[in-house]
Ligand binder design. Structure first.
Ligand SMILES: *Cc1c(COP(=O)(O)O)cnc(C)c1O
Length: 459
């Protein structure tokens, strides 16, 4: 098909919003089950019920149904900001002078500024349907908390967000967005929970951590029968909800007869990447395509590329079930000068399994290179990208530059997960020339590995 026939933006119509999520696990070897750390037996629905809402647990444990219906109420919410555009990056292609075709699926077109709203809407809806009154969660950078605040306001549930204290101080406006949507934002560690009080006793003046914020949110959820906890990445049901990104992208590309040669996504907990690749990967596992899939992670937090594939806790406070995943150890802390997001120690069990079976690749990038790519993208395509998303931009650009040398007209698709308006402190560092790379040494990683639980299931 001639170049000019592909529009700059491929929009789908409202009626083309998918009616089903795509459950890629139906086509995979099942990944090892979550384990209850107390019994070291696979988690049952009953183990999970005090913490998560029922429908979400059912989805979490569903390894067999390839399609799971999106309820109409959730589709109505999606209509406010979906279908999201699939953009042919003509301007970036021209600037790179590459024969490659670059496409990106843009998920930043909502107030939360990221793809996280796709799962927030679903999780809040199911909580409402179950008759629950309130939800709790944690947030670090704030995208997840904002997305959940928006969804909670729409469906009429109360929300308490435990926000890592340093982040709430560094990003006061992010906090105000959440409060505007009606959420209660509690800087963590706080004196409202035992976990928070304990940490404050041990470390007065602590700036907090994601691990502590998770513990506080779970503790608060457990204090009331009508309250549950919600998580924004890593778990299989979150990845399932994010499959809407991949289905829409595939529908748009199919209209123009395009099959990507390579699909690239940034990987924090793995949900946007897993969601973007789901329908393409499902086809690949059935022998219908030979697409390359690439996970991009920061050199300072290399879970897939340098982590261990073992059972580990999902939080640093060691309160969650154990997941078999690529992990740097639940006590791993990325270097303080790491600005670019994606600082989670582990990785989605689905993505981990696919990587372990060599169905996909993973690479790391350094943050100076990430911000170079972000700035070039902003100048050419006009969108100020989130630092997280810019990891994928970097590798998409590198693939396109390789095509320049080989003359290949590769079709490259990447996920542009969000915008970077709340990350201007990191852009400032880049503009001031003070941003640097910090690649952990093997000895640094060893400290994290030492925090992986020494259970018999790991031997
Ligand atoms: C949270 C976030 C990510 C990473 O999370 P995943 O679960 O790995 O998708 C990436 N980009 C943006 C903009 C985010 O907010």
């Amino acid at each position: 098909m001639a170049k000019t026939e592909i529009p700059y933006k491929i929009y789908l119509e409202e009626k083309e919003i998918p009616k089903y999520w795509y459950n890629v696990r139906a086509f995979m070897t099942p990944h090892p089950p979550f384990m209850n750390p107390a019994t070291l037996k696979p988690c049952t629905a009953d183990d999970l019920r005090p913490v998560f809402c029922d429908e979400v647990i059912e989805q979490e444990l569903n390894f067999t149904d390839p399609y799971i219906e999106i309820p109409e109420e959730i589709r109505n919410f999606y209509k406010m900001y979906r279908p999201s555009p699939l953009v042919r990056a003509y301007c970036l292609e021209r600037a790179l002078n590459t024969p490659a075709e670059i496409y990106y699926k843009f998920e930043g077109n909502n107030t939360s500024g990221s793809h996280k709203l796709n799962s927030a809407a679903a999780q809040v809806y199911y909580a409402k349907k179950q008759g629950l009154k309130s939800l709790t969660t944690e947030t670090g950078a704030g995208q997840w908390g904002t997305a959940l605040a928006m969804a909670a306001a729409y469906f009429g549930l109360d929300l308490t967000v435990y926000m890592v204290k340093v982040s709430s101080e560094q990003k006061p406006y992010r906090k105000e967005v959440m409060r505007t949507y009606g959420a209660t934002v509690v800087p963590s560690p706080s004196n409202t929970t035992n976990a928070g009080r304990k940490l404050l006793e041990e470390y007065p003046g602590s700036g907090g951590s994601l691990g502590c914020a998770i513990s506080e949110a779970i503790e608060k959820a457990l204090t009331s029968d009508s309250c549950r906890y919600v998580l924004g990445s890593v778990l299989d049901h979150v990845l399932l909800h994010q499959s809407i990104i991949g289905i829409e992208a595939k529908t748009a590309l199919d209209k123009y007869g395009i099959t990507p040669d390579v699909i690239i996504g940034c990987a924090g907990g793995g949900s946007n990447l897993g969601g973007l690749i789901s329908p393409f990967m499902g086809d690949k596992l059935q022998g219908k395509n030979d697409i390359r899939f690439i996970a991009v992670e920061p050199a300072s937090c290399p879970s897939l590329t340098r982590g261990k594939y073992v059972y580990d806790f999902c939080d640093s406070a060691k309160t969650t079930p154990l997941a078999k995943m690529y992990t740097l150890g639940c006590g791993f802390m990325p270097s303080a000068n790491h600005a670019g997001g994606l600082r989670y120690h582990g990785m989605s069990p689905v993505v981990s399994q696919l990587y372990h079976e060599k169905k996909m690749e993973a690479v790391t990038v350094e943050q100076t290179k990430v911000f170079e790519a972000a700035v070039m993208f902003a100048k050419t395509e006009g969108i100020l990208p989130a630092p997280e998303s810019s990891h994928a931009i970097r590798v998409a650009m590198d693939e396109a530059i390789k095509c320049k040398q080989t003359g290949e007209k590769k079709k490259i698709l990447f996920g542009l997960t969000g915008t970077g308006y709340f990350d201007l402190a990191a852009y400032k560092q880049y503009n001031d020339g003070t941003i640097s790379d910090n690649i952990p040494t093997d000895a640094d990683l060893q400290k994290g590995f030492a925090t992986i639980p020494d259970f018999p299931i790991n031997n």
